[in-house]
Design a protein around this ligand. Sequence first.
Ligand code: SF4
Ligand code: MG
Length: 319
Amino acid sequence: NNLKKYFPICSGVFSRVTGAVKAVDDISFTIKKGEIYGLVGESGCGKSTTGRTILNLLKPTYGSVVFNGKLIFDVEKKQYLDHKEMRSLRRDMQIIFQDPGTCLDPRMNVGTIVSEGLVEHGIAKRKEAINMSRELLELCGLRGECVTKYPHEFSGGQRQRIAIARALTLAPKFIIGDEPLAALDVSIQAQVLTLMQDLKENLGLTYLFISHDLGVVKYFCDRIGVMYLGSIAEQASSESLFANPLHPYTKSLLSAVPKSNPKEKKERIILKGDVPSPANPPKGCKFHTRCPHAMPVCKETVPQMKTIETDHDVCCHLY
Ligand code: SF4
Ligand code: MG
């Protein structure tokens, strides 16, 4: 609720704070149990920062997060979980990062990487934990024997499977995938996506799926939030968003997705200019500097989120 994450900009010899990068700027959304919620937008729009702030990996500037009925933090009320409570909640919430090549320790064998959490949380002793990690690796489509191997002995897709197995060790309920497919070849992406879908069904998981690839979120996600410059511009069920995009920004993004039928007529909407700096976002509607439909009111007044139809909200003065 009303989540904000600002990074201070410091300059001068005394490193005085002279401004802030508004990476996440007042966003609210709900992810239902068992759902896959997609967060999409261009790079730098605040998707990853949102994911990390939800998990309390980054200190929030403002707002609150509730997980499964439990308040993780509320900045205004100065309520935060203490270290111990946060640690136990960590087991329920995990994150998978974009590049499995850099987030797996190259000096550890796969068994140690996957079983680390079990040992650290005192769930199993090392040997038993390694056996449990065999099962997890098999669940993720790898061979149990690979526990003795090292990350460099695997392909990118296999490394992402290892990272997924590691995320599953503590039997989480909620997983954030921060562009987990972005570093993989297209054919491998489909395999990893299928794996994530199967795991979700079999283990009853809930996902926040962060991606810049609309083609992927269309098929994978139940609901989608479109982010622009730290804000959510539009939020809808996947069906509704693709059938009837409302926000001019969403329309331009969708017009860039290739159609499966090349005969289908489609007009590409090319936006003018670049994404403005999040250190100095435009006044009023943040999209007005690039919007083909901008009106005088857009330069002055911040549009509020409005529900247009069931499960379809948009933040734009046109509605
Ligand atoms: Fe465009 Fe105005 Fe809507 Fe912003 S509020 S997206 S500038 S029409
Ligand atoms: Mg990112």
